[in-house]
Design a protein around this ligand. Structure first.
Ligand SMILES: N[C@@H](CCC(=O)N[C@@H](CS)C(=O)NCC(=O)O)C(=O)O
Length: 188
């Protein structure tokens, strides 16, 4: 979200919320008690995808104005969440838990992710960004793939790996990431 706001050069303020004791307001703003949520005037929005689409309405730098290009970006945003993250998150949870056992479940999760990455690979090899120009779809897809890359899951998928590198060397990502790390450190 910070990354998108930097890309769009929109003014913003980041606040922390306690996790150990989550307030009623937290659950009102985010029904699962998670972060992030966005407040924009009297609007309060949760879910990263919905937040990014809202910000996309505020800036052509996030969602192209042309209807065809816009729907391309929207479809890729959903693909990042509903086709790729659906496979990558269970895989990453297994990797994060340090469970290296070769079980039917782990084989199934490896295969599920591999199928998705194999389909993304030629697409990302031939285009710089998913919808032609950089958009919220790339913010989500790169973020989803970044987690896989952190566990070395893109080693056999060079174009996916290079896409993550391309996205995360953008000045807006670099600034947003550094500012967020500083924000976490200040909160400690
Ligand atoms: N689908 C949600 C997922 C949000 C999410 O996973 N948030 C994490 C932090 S990045 C969280 O709040 N974790 C703490 C928890 O689940 O209790 C979104 O995209 O906004």
């Amino acid at each position: 979200m910070r990354w998108a706001l930097e890309e769009a050069r929109l003014p913003y303020r980041v606040e922390s919320t306690p996790f150990r004791t989550r307030s009623a307001e937290h659950f009102w703003r985010q029904p699962f008690g998670q972060v992030p949520w966005l407040t924009d005037g009297d609007l309060s929005i949760f879910e990263s995808g919905a937040i990014l689409l809202h910000l996309g309405d505020r800036s052509d730098a996030l969602l192209p104005a042309d209807p065809r290009r816009r729907s391309e970006a929207v479809q890729w945003l959903f693909a990042a969440l509903n086709s790729v993250e659906m496979a990558s998150l269970p895989w990453a949870i297994l990797a994060f838990s340090g469970d290296a056992d070769d079980t039917p479940a782990s084989r199934r999760l490896n295969e599920f992710l591999k199928i998705r990455l194999q389909r993304l690979e030629p697409i990302l090899a031939e285009r710089e960004w998913l919808a032609g120009t950089f958009s919220v779809a790339d913010i989500l897809m790169a973020d989803v793939l970044r987690l896989v890359d952190r566990f070395d899951g893109l080693a056999d998928h060079r174009a996916c790996h290079d896409y993550v590198a391309r996205a995360t060397t953008r000045p807006s990502f670099v600034k947003a990431h550094a500012d967020q790390m500083a924000h976490f450190a200040a909160a400690d």
